[in-house]
Design a protein around this ligand. Structure first.
Ligand code: PMP
Ligand code: GLN
Length: 393
């Protein structure tokens, strides 16, 4: 009996104990303490002005009603053209591309559509928090394969991956570039994942939202582009990180028609469709994304360097961030064994919010890792770094 309402209300088992996401919690902590928020990956960087104007024009011109459930054809065509141009992957915009309400919905719909209760889904650990929740909503279990901490990076452990496969394994979620580590899976690692998925007939659901934010010379390589992988892979991405428009929540799926149809079956009853005025504008922006992304990468690479050096100067041991929004740091050199304790004290002690990497860990892993985000204005990062440095003196 719920003693407040006097009814027999209780949460369904699939959400019981899920609580508030770590991002909400940390952003609220930053607000309450006035600390600089290097926790949640919310970009403070500019969006393409033409894209913003296009959305405003579309709203004023009346593009305010439901789009087709699968998304405006113009955006599906732009996604298909993008996959072909950037990665040599050909998809039929009418049957093999689906627009979703952010990558978040795409991932949830894909897991709901492609996994049954009792199935196991493999993901690399640590991982983005939505994957475990999506598995649970589907009645499936997320099985973590720890990424090995090696020097200043994170590596795929092929033995651990093979050991994680059971007769119940149905799918694998692959996030590259990776949040929260900033890792980019190497071609050899992707080949090992691909071989395993083919050997065990696993479906692959990818999360490529940071596809355009790779800071090394080797561009992003979707696993769907590897031999034998297109037919078993549902590729997910979104506009949020590429155009600094995380509040618009427009994402997309590409894959073989039967898999995309299954994802659409779930997606149409989650949201039906997603923001019409954004879709037309994003279709145009995606057409020339390479030029935009080159500038954004330059900004983010400089931010990464600034934050990495600042963390080092503050007595932490930063890891290499080859992509995305985040740097991992080992807090042990600053006298902490536990990232949670470090992050709990950081706002009051230093005036900065960060996220303990353990919040992304499926199983007990290194407790001493903390994630800092660098998708902020350089002045904000300078301020954060100065605060961290002062605290180390
Ligand atoms: N996957 C990863 C790895 C992320 O970092 C995020 C956060 N943007 C998402 C998915 C969610 O993307 P979206 O905002 O498009 O739903
Ligand atoms: N992707 C962002 C992060 O990892 C935030 C996502 C969210 O707030 N749900 O920080």
């Amino acid at each position: 009996m719920d003693t407040v309402s006097g009814t027999a209300w209780r949460p369904a088992a699939r959400v019981a104990g899920m609580g508030t996401s770590i991002f909400t919690e940390m952003t609220e902590l930053a607000r309450a303490t006035g600390a600089i928020n290097l926790g949640q990956g919310v970009p403070e960087l500019a969006s393409p002005p033409a894209l913003l104007r296009d959305v405003a024009d579309a709203v004023l011109a009346g593009a305010n009603q439901y789009p087709p459930a699968a998304g405006l054809l113009a955006l599906r065509e732009a996604v298909a053209a993008h996959q072909e141009r950037c990665y040599g992957l050909a998809y039929d915009p009418a049957a093999e591309v689906l627009v979703t309400t952010g990558a978040t919905e795409a991932l949830a719909a894909a897991v709901l559509a492609l996994c049954d209760p009792g199935d196991e889904i493999i993901a690399f650990d640590p991982c983005y928090d939505a994957y475990a929740a999506d598995a649970r909503l589907a009645g499936a279990t997320l099985v973590g394969v720890p990424l090995a901490v090696d020097g200043e990076g994170f590596l795929l452990d092929g033995d651990a991956l093979r050991a994680a496969v059971t007769p119940r394994t149905r799918a694998l979620i692959l996030n590259t570039p990776h949040n929260p580590t900033g890792k980019v899976f190497t071609p050899a690692e992707l080949a090992a994942v691909a071989a395993l998925c083919q050997e065990h007939d696993l479906t692959v659901i990818t999360d490529e939202v940071y596809e355009h934010l790779v800071y090394t010379d080797r561009p992003h390589l979707p696993i769907a582009a590897l031999p034998g992988m297109r037919e078993r892979t549902v590729t997910v991405s979104s506009a949020g990180k590429t155009f600094n428009t995380t509040g618009w929540k427009v994402g997309w799926v590409s894959g073989p028609a039967p898999l995309v149809a299954a994802v659409n079956a779930a997606k149409q009853f989650l949201t039906y469709a997603s923001g019409t005025p954004y879709q037309g504008a994003l279709a145009r922006a995606l057409g020339s994304v390479e030029e935009w992304a080159a500038g954004l990468r330059a900004e983010l690479r400089a931010n990464r360097d600034l934050l990495t050096e600042g963390l080092r100067a503050a007595g932490l041991r930063p890891f290499r961030a080859d992509a995305g929004y985040f740097v991992q740091a080992d807090v042990r050199p600053a006298g902490y064994r536990d990232g949670v304790a470090f992050c709990r004290e950081l706002p009051g002690r230093v005036g900065v919010v960060a996220i303990p990497t353990s919040a992304f860990q499926l199983a007990e892993g290194p407790r001493w890792l903390v994630r800092f985000s660098f998708c902020k204005r350089p002045a904000v990062l300078e301020d954060a770094v100065a605060r961290l440095r002062r605290s180390a003196d």
